[in-house]
Design a protein around this ligand. Structure first.
Ligand code: GCU
Length: 138
């Protein structure tokens, strides 16, 4: 499915640094969040129309310890696990459903433990299409 991609290194970063020392990232690097509660990356996700979308966070966690994050979409938060991926060069995705508004939406991923977050590469937001009821039947 088509998606709009937002690189973490281009987002607003609080308590983290952009790095590129672990291969497999997209764009020009990834965000290494500080290993503290509260470190975050905040994306502005643009939607042409209001509707339900899937947000996919691409990440790596080279430890064996989960690095959970709070994912806030326009201020409404859900929690997700970001488990070990086996290596810092092995990237996987965690998804969150989101009801997006037309225009700009604020999506913030915040570390909730003292281990901080995983390394974050990218947020992909599925493109919102017309409701199913408006799609032609084939
Ligand atoms: C290592 C790794 C970093 C990672 C960090 C961590 O230093 O190289 O990319 O962010 O561990 O544990 O968070």
């Amino acid at each position: 499915a088509p998606s709009n991609d937002y690189q973490a290194e281009d987002a607003t970063i609080s308590q983290g640094v952009v790095e590129s020392n672990h291969a497999g990232f997209t764009g020009t690097g990834f965000v290494n969040l500080d290993n503290v509660v509260g470190s975050y990356v905040e994306f502005t996700v643009n939607a042409a129309t209001a509707g339900n979308a899937t947000l996919a966070f691409r990440f790596a966690n080279g430890t064996t310890v989960n690095r959970p994050m709070a994912i806030a979409v326009n201020g409404t938060t859900v929690n997700r696990d970001f488990p070990g991926t086996g290596a810092w060069t092995t990237w996987q995705e965690v998804t969150v459903p989101a009801a997006l508004n037309a225009g700009a939406n604020t999506v913030r991923a915040t570390s909730t433990t003292a281990n901080g977050g995983p390394n974050l590469d990218r947020l992909s937001a599925s493109v919102i299409g017309p409701p199913d009821t408006e799609k032609p039947t084939v």
